[in-house]
Design a binder for this molecule. Structure first.
Ligand code: MN
Length: 130
């Protein structure tokens, strides 16, 4: 196993695609379909990386990221926003909320695992993108 990845995503097709790509690359994949479930799962799994959809029911990805960062056990965990909601300023909003970076939808199956791998290899001090 290359690592545990928690995917917080409410769209079943996206979840299916992400799981398919990452399991094929030998990652262990866990899924939550809303932020509340994701926060609870993250706290008990302590994953190596969290992929976070921004448009989620109940609480949006920004609120989820802020909440995840309040847990000291998750302070160093890479949190990568995955969203098609790419309005100007969204990336900055995601970073302000505590995300380590940003992958735009639609997911590209040819490059997705490399994008994820890049964040997994980042250490705490350079967790954020340059
Ligand atoms: Mn969504």
């Amino acid at each position: 196993m290359k690592g545990k990845i928690l995917v917080i995503e409410d769209n079943e097709q996206n979840l299916y695609l992400i799981r398919y790509i990452l399991e094929d690359c030998d990652y262990e994949v866990f899924a939550a379909m809303d932020g509340k479930e994701g926060i609870a799962l993250a706290a008990c799994l302590l994953p190596d990386l969290i992929l976070l959809d921004i448009q989620l029911p109940l609480m949006d990805g920004y609120a989820v990221a802020r909440n995840l960062r309040e847990n000291p056990d998750l302070a160093d965990t890479p949190i990568v926003a995955v969203t098609s909601y790419a309005m100007p300023g969204d990336k900055e909003k995601a970073m302000e909320a505590g995300c380590s970076g940003y992958i735009e939808k639609p997911i590209n199956p040819d490059t997705f695992d490399k994008q994820v791998g890049k964040y997994l290899s980042l250490k705490r001090q350079d967790r954020r993108e340059p």
